[in-house]
Design a binder for this molecule. Structure first.
Ligand SMILES: [Fe+2]
Ligand SMILES: [Fe+2]
Length: 284
């Protein structure tokens, strides 16, 4: 049996063949409050986690509805390398002006054929590369093409070129998201859920080596309802009348996940939830 001193020496030796890609994935950024939280949080996150690649969901970045070219460029200037979208992709008409010319942005790949934009891309940054795929669920969401078959087609082809693949599965039902995690286990490096804006407590590495979480959570006001002012949301629930939702400007929360991926095998080594709060300014 090795002595304690010998084990300590072994632990300090570099492990041959192990090269990681550190990935930070940030949940739905909601409006000006979410953008303020992103700008405030990124420096601390970069120094703590040293991410090679940072991906964020931007479907709610412009007033809670879609994204603009100016906001996307602001994210890229702050160090975001890739942006994923979701069911709010088309809510701000500015997207039609730039999505076809923006290689760092993806919208759900299972939108109908001919839809502007792309469903997957390869992000290259800091000497690393990560394919990102955006898919949308169809349980309690519009009936679009099958996300599972779209995942089969895209991920199997991407794996011929890129070892590490992140799938942002933008979906409502926890069952559909867990099903996608198992469907992609051993084929994608990460399957991370978005859309519910509520971080789930089930981050795990599946047996085939896929890092998984049902929902990453959101970046925006924690005093509203999913980032929007609660008065209008409550009014709509209580009266069933139409109401215009506005971004809440209360204290923010920041939800994300961090993962270490083995660059050689494409398997995940670690996934960790990140939760930060403006009024507490701490990481859990
Ligand atoms: Fe969202
Ligand atoms: Fe959504």
């Amino acid at each position: 049996m090795e002595s304690e001193a010998y084990i300590q020496v072994l632990q300090k030796l570099p492990v041959r063949g192990v090269i990681d890609i550190n990935v930070l994935f940030i949940g739905d950024i909601v409006g000006s409050t979410g953008r303020k939280a992103l700008k405030a949080s990124l420096p601390e996150l970069k120094s703590k986690y040293n991410p090679h690649i940072i991906i964020a969901n931007g479907e709610n970045a412009a007033s809670g509805r879609g994204i603009t070219s100016a906001i996307a460029n602001e994210f890229f200037n702050w160090g975001i390398h890739g942006i994923t979208m979701g069911n709010h992709t088309w809510d701000n008409k500015d997207i039609f002006e730039f999505i076809d010319d923006e290689p760092r942005m993806v919208r759900p790949a299972n939108f109908p054929p001919g839809t502007p934009g792309q469903g997957y891309t390869v992000i290259k940054a800091n000497g690393k590369q990560l394919a990102i795929v955006n898919l949308q669920g169809r349980t309690f969401l519009p009936a679009i093409d099958c996300p599972f078959r779209a995942a089969d087609d895209i991920v199997d082809e991407l794996r011929l070129k890129v070892k590490c693949i992140l799938v942002d599965f933008h979906a409502e039902a926890t069952s559909e998201k867990i099903a996608m995690g198992w469907h992609m286990d051993g084929r994608a490096s990460m399957v991370v859920g978005t859309h519910t804006h509520v971080q789930s407590n089930d981050d795990t590495i599946l047996p085939g080596g896929t890092a998984y979480i049902t929902d990453t959570g959101m970046v925006g006001s924690k005093e509203g309802i999913l980032g929007m002012q609660r008065e209008a949301v409550l009014y709509k629930f209580k009266t069933q009348l139409p109401a215009r939702f506005q971004v809440d400007e209360g204290k923010w929360q920041f939800h994300a996940v961090f993962a270490e991926l083995d660059e050689t095998s494409g398997k995940a080594r670690r996934i960790e939830k990140i939760r930060m709060y403006e009024d507490e300014w701490r990481m859990d």
